[in-house]
Design a protein around this ligand. Structure first.
Ligand code: HEM
Length: 377
């Protein structure tokens, strides 16, 4: 088995941006450093991050947690409906919350879109930061802007959590609806084993939150747009899906619920076909092998950055019949849908990557896509 690690210099820079600006580096611990200890750049600029983030995301993205966000999904769907009505000329106002969401989105997007501009700062940071000082200043400003947007929400969450605990530390019985969120897991985290261990600072938390938001939002919305576009392009697919949804729903119900999804195999097939034909990420982030490997006669040294052409893999004519066609039926099997999206036996497509660095949010992403596609249709 060839293990690969991430090779992501720009992330190292972004993640430590605030650290270099005005905060001390969070101290890595023996426990946290693990899979990335060989990464060349991370070993200089913060090896703690990848493993830390992986631990946290696997906790918060566990299926038991994912279920508890059903209300949030419903809220977003209502917001989408509001927007559709608004754009169609109805008088429903857009909720104020959307403004706040846009604010977060804008600051994250600014950071994401300009990453090629700042990538040069990674090459030899002590020098490139002097040579490109203007860029470095701009980068720090972007980072400060991002923190200015996120910190109030982190504080608000802190307050909700503190209010929830009674003075003697017992849980308030009136707060049964409390849902653990990602920020809570970050606030609780200690970087060393003992009780005195340091907590993550605002810069650290903002970095982890922005990564979580970046990886989870644009990807899902891009996939959703492609799937909806194909439903418009192929009315017969839309018709078949609508039929399936009608059959699965109890008369009088207005929304497709998460419990209904198991009765909707064609919906699942549609989502998979959307991800195969139009994966939101054309490549996964660059990886590298943890030791030199010979593959098919080619040496892959540890110093090489390895890129996987996700989109091409899903359109490979040796693996798929008529690969350019949009046919959800290809995922249907005896009336059901069975596809090994994790690629544990074979990899015919990898929209979420594969192996141990596979997207930890794939279950949540598929759930979101099912939820929004079914309800919009
Ligand atoms: C259709 C939606 C999505 C697609 C196509 C997608 C795809 C991917 C891919 C290809 C990777 C890189 C895997 C690799 O390098 O091998 C990744 C990483 C990641 N994704 Fe997703 N993703 C989606 C949704 C989400 C969601 C909803 C979340 C969380 C809320 C999420 C969280 C993450 C995180 C935290 C990583 C980094 C994991 C690591 O560094 O080990 N993703 N995703």
């Amino acid at each position: 088995m060839v293990y690969t690690n991430r090779f992501l210099p720009h992330q190292a820079l972004i993640q430590n941006g605030s650290t270099f600006a005005d905060r001390p580096v969070a101290v890595p611990t023996k426990k946290i450093i693990s899979s990335n200890q060989h990464d060349i750049l991370f070993s200089f600029y913060g090896p703690v991050w990848r493993a830390l983030q992986r631990n946290l995301t696997s906790k918060i993205l566990h299926p038991s947690q994912v279920k508890s966000y059903a209300n949030a999904r419903k809220w977003v769907l209502d917001m989408l409906f509001d927007r559709l009505k608004y754009e169609l000329g109805a008088s429903n106002p857009i909720r104020l919350d959307e403004k706040q969401i846009r604010e977060i989105e804008d600051s994250l997007r600014g950071m994401l879109l300009s990453f090629t501009r700042y990538n040069v700062l990674n090459f030899w940071p002590p020098i490139t930061r002097i040579l490109f000082w203007k860029r470095w200043k701009e980068f720090l400003q972007l980072r400060k802007d991002l923190e200015a947007v996120l910190v109030p929400y982190i504080d608000a969450r802190k307050k909700v959590t503190q209010d929830r605990l009674s003075k003697d530390g017992e849980e308030d019985s009136n707060t049964n609806e409390f849902v653990l969120c990602y920020v809570n897991t970050l606030l609780d985290l200690r970087l060393v084993d003992d009780d005195e261990g340091s907590k993550l600072d605002y810069g650290n938390i903002c970095t982890l939150c922005s990564e979580f938001l970046n990886t989870g939002t644009d990807t899902t919305s891009t996939a959703l747009e492609w799937i909806m576009a194909n439903l418009v392009k192929y009315p017969q697919i839309q018709e078949r899906l609508l039929e399936e949804i009608r059959e699965a729903m109890v008369d009088g119900e207005e929304k497709v619920k998460e419990e209904d999804f198991q009765k909707l195999p064609y919906l699942k097939a549609l989502i998979l076909e959307g991800l195969r034909r139009h994966p939101p990420l054309h490549y996964v982030a660059p990886h590298r092998v943890t030791k030199d490997v010979v593959l098919d006669g080619y040496l892959v040294p540890t110093t090489t950055s390895v890129n996987f052409f996700v989109a091409e893999i899903g359109r490979d004519s040796t693996a798929w019949d008529d690969p350019l066609a949009f046919k959800p039926e290809r995922f249907m099997d005896n009336g059901g849908t069975t596809f090994d999206i994790m690629g544990s036996k074979e990899i015919k497509m990898m929209p979420f990557g594969a192996g141990r660095r596979m997207c930890p949010g794939y279950g949540l992403a598929i759930l979101h896509l099912e939820y929004f596609v079914a309800n919009l249709v």
